[in-house]
Design a protein around this ligand. Structure first.
Ligand SMILES: *Cc1c(COP(=O)(O)O)cnc(C)c1O
Length: 484
């Protein structure tokens, strides 16, 4: 026993002594290729890191095989490491979660027209705050203001970083040091740290809650209105619904109530949509134009929810109020850059032709995709997935339900279809599923599904790139052994 340990220790000692120097490794073929591709300093750093790892492994008794420490081997290992490090962190994933507007996966996928406009704005100088007609300084909002007014019927419009910023800016402009009245049933948390009471506090507004969780009446608002009131805020409860014995005051009635007091009514629509989605077979979600027509003095909504554009927050409504908002120094801190403005303009322009919107706007195309179409795709792809996953899983094409996501129409599900991978044996099924989900996430183009009812569900509603998916499955074939 002791003799054998000695033999190991000796081999380790020899291996440690035989570890090549950094300079030796840099002369190996793989290192020369690496220097050409990644530069000298990155290659030297990778070689050092590899040597450090080998040394540490040898000291703790692992990896004592002598072949591991040749210059060629160390250079190859460093090269592999450099390739892995060069892979961008921001890279495409296949969203097969069944949530179309997935906040954690970047929400809306942009239309080609928006992508082209953004690329132009990146590559070239544009008249961002410059009036071509007069040669004078202009305002960046003018790039999209007319379109926003045309599509919403509002008098004026402005754009900021996202809808959270829009709400913050409106509150800070109109209710700083004053009171903002909100129904208790509408004090929402959107997710992350966006809670209405916190935003109010940060905006310097004093929150005045009226009504109860389930019922708020016009008289509750009327009793709270005073000379201290800065605004009345109506919040679209986009990500939940209170059912049963309920009452809320529509914006239209709030407007009637506050008119003589000249207190502005602000309607935070959240998702907001520019067209009636029922024409695409979806439930009716209030449109921005309806909110404007109902008399709200300001309406706020997101750019990357149902609208299908880049992250942005829109504020549309009364010209005098928009002017005040634009004069708030916070506006400067919350403004959007030229790339996004370009993408916003191109996205909004698509709405001038609603008949062809579903062809051109990926969000709408995904939302409107018929179940039969998705099911046919699932049936087409099931054999390839079955082959890639081997003996451990049964793969079927089955009906499922997708969600819109981002808190829009929370109770609405869309009939969809999925590839469903179910472990063949019950024992260890949970772990097998977790492992499968991990293997799919580790693919060069990660595939993100969801685990539900003892199976991995890959909802194909948002799968545009079928070839890319098949390629991904091809690279899985090797990894499938790990699943067994
Ligand atoms: C989503 C949402 C927000 C926040 O919008 P972002 O664009 O995500 O910042 C605010 N209010 C409501 C009602 C929402 O639904």
């Amino acid at each position: 026993m002791t003799a054998r340990l000695d033999v190991h220790a000796q081999a380790r000692g020899t291996a440690l002594r035989r570890l090549p120097s950094v300079d030796d490794v840099l002369k190996a073929d793989a290192a020369i290729v690496a220097i050409d591709r990644f530069g000298r300093s990155a290659t030297v750093a990778a070689v050092r890191a590899m040597l450090d790892e080998k040394r540490a492994a040898l000291r703790t008794g692992g990896g004592a095989r002598e072949a591991d420490v040749s210059s060629a081997r160390v250079a190859e290992a460093a090269f592999v490491r450099l390739i892995a490090e060069a892979r961008p962190t921001v890279r495409p994933v296949l969203n097969l979660t069944g949530v179309v507007l997935h906040t954690n996966l970047g929400r809306a996928v942009l239309a080609e027209a928006a992508i082209e406009a953004a690329v132009t704005a990146m590559r070239q100088t544009i008249a961002l705050e410059f009036e071509l007609s007069t040669g004078k300084r202009g305002e960046r909002d003018t790039l999209v203001r007319d379109l926003l007014c045309e599509l919403t019927g509002a008098e004026d419009a402005t754009v900021v970083n996202n809808n959270a910023a829009a709400v913050l800016l409106v509150l800070n402009t109109l209710a700083k040091g004053r009171e903002a009245i909100v129904s208790r049933g509408e004090l929402i948390e959107i997710g992350g740290a966006f809670r209405m009471p916190d935003i109010m506090a940060r905006a310097g507004a004093k929150l005045v809650e009226v009504g109860t969780t389930n019922r708020t009446h016009p008289k509750d608002y009327a009793a709270a209105l005073s000379e201290r009131t800065g605004l009345v805020l109506k919040v679209h409860t986009s990500n939940y619904r209170i059912e049963g014995f309920t009452a809320a005051v529509p914006a239209r009635d709030l407007v009637a109530l506050t008119r003589e007091k000249t207190v502005p009514v602000v309607d935070d629509l959240g998702s907001g949509t520019l067209i009636d989605l029922s024409r695409f077979g979806l439930a009716h979600e209030p449109t921005v134009a309806e909110a404007v027509a109902a008399g709200a003095d300001l309406v706020t909504f997101s750019g990357d929810k149902l609208l299908g554009g880049p992250q942005a927050g829109f504020i549309v409504g009364r010209r005098d109020l928009i002017r005040k908002i634009n004069r708030n120094p916070m506006k400067r801190a919350l403004r959007v850059d030229k790339i996004r403005l370009a993408a916003i303009e191109a996205t909004l322009r698509l709405y001038r032709d609603p008949d062809r919107l579903a062809d051109k706007l990926p969000t709408l195309r995904h939302l409107a995709r018929p179940q039969a179409d998705i099911l046919a795709q699932a049936q087409r792809l099931a054999p390839a997935l079955a082959a890639a996953l081997g003996e451990t899983f049964d793969v079927t094409a089955a009906a499922c339900n997708s969600q819109i996501g981002s808190g829009a129409l929370p109770q609405e599900t869309l009939p969809s279809a999925a590839l469903v991978a179910r472990p063949r044996t019950e024992r260890g099924a949970g772990r097998a599923l977790e492992r499968l989900a991990q293997v799919l996430r580790d693919l060069p183009v990660p595939v993100i599904g969801r685990i539900a009812d003892g199976a991995l569900v890959l909802d194909l509603r948002c799968l545009d790139d079928e070839v890319g998916f098949l390629d991904a499955l091809g690279s899985l074939a090797g990894g499938a052994d790990a699943l067994a």
